[in-house]
Design a protein around this ligand. Structure first.
Ligand code: GLP
Length: 239
């Protein structure tokens, strides 16, 4: 399903409500929410709605989608830091309910195994909410990725390493990422992709109108029985 909203604000309202609905329907929901600029407003609205409706997140589990390798959780710009400030702290989520990749771990393979085991035990994920990279990546599933992989370590595309600088105050060496695999994302009960702005228009056109293949990992979402693609008018400009 594709929905096109007149404004980023309206898109964010809808995405926020999707998260709230998931938790209302299942107070023990397992959520996987992407970091990034796109869902920022949706998360603010979601937290405001949760507070307004006295909705408890006590039983909810959060699984990290991805992280920059070499960037610790305390660094502004890490995916963990982003979600911690916007969601975990405001909703008083306990540490035990958060399963996130540590990009500073000495053994990154063990990190992947830990998250794979967590998903096996607690999953499948009920709702995964993702943004899209301008090269079509989802999480850090870059173009060409094997869609059968679980959690894995990725050599970042030059585009991703470049665009990723926007999250950090100082220039960072971004060469690798650690990410859930497409198979884990696709096994989620629902997958919501959000994209806004003209900078996403070309890749959204490829995602929606091109072949479904690992050349544009986001295109796989078209095959998901509960896949939702939420766009503002600008991101939908080339459809
Ligand atoms: C980043 C992250 C993704 C994110 C995407 C889009 O590199 N790895 O998880 O969803 O790119 O980011 P933004 O929403 O800032 O455009």
């Amino acid at each position: 399903m594709v929905s096109i909203f007149n404004t980023y604000d309206a898109l964010s309202d809808f995405a926020a409500q999707e998260i709230i609905n998931t938790v209302q329907q299942n107070p023990k929901a397992v959520l996987c929410l992407a970091a990034g600029d796109t869902p920022r407003l949706a998360y603010k609205k979601m937290v405001a709605l949760a507070h307004k409706n006295h909705l408890s997140f006590f039983g909810v589990t959060f699984i990290g989608l991805d992280e920059w390798v070499g960037i610790g959780p305390a660094i502004e710009g890490s995916c963990y830091h982003f979600l911690n400030e916007l969601i975990f702290k405001p909703l008083s989520i306990k540490e035990e309910a958060i399963f996130f990749f540590n990009g500073m771990a000495a053994n990154l393979q063990a990190e992947c195994k830990r998250i794979d085991a967590t998903i096996k035990e607690l999953g499948p994920i009920d709702l995964t909410l993702v943004g899209i990279g301008i090269n079509g990546h989802i999480g850090f599933n870059e173009p060409g990725i094997d869609p059968e992989l679980g959690a894995h370590i990725v050599a970042l595309d030059a585009v991703t390493a470049n665009v990723g600088q926007k999250y950090f105050r100082e220039k960072k060496q971004l060469t690798q990422g650690i990410s859930l695999g497409m198979a884990q994302i696709m096994a989620s009960g629902k997958v919501v992709l959000v994209a806004n702005g003209l900078k996403k228009a070309a890749i959204i056109s490829e995602t929606m109108q091109g072949n479904i293949s690992n050349a544009v990992p986001a295109s796989f979402i078209r095959n998901h029985p509960n896949g939702m693609i939420l766009l503002d008018k600008e991101a939908a400009a080339e459809l």
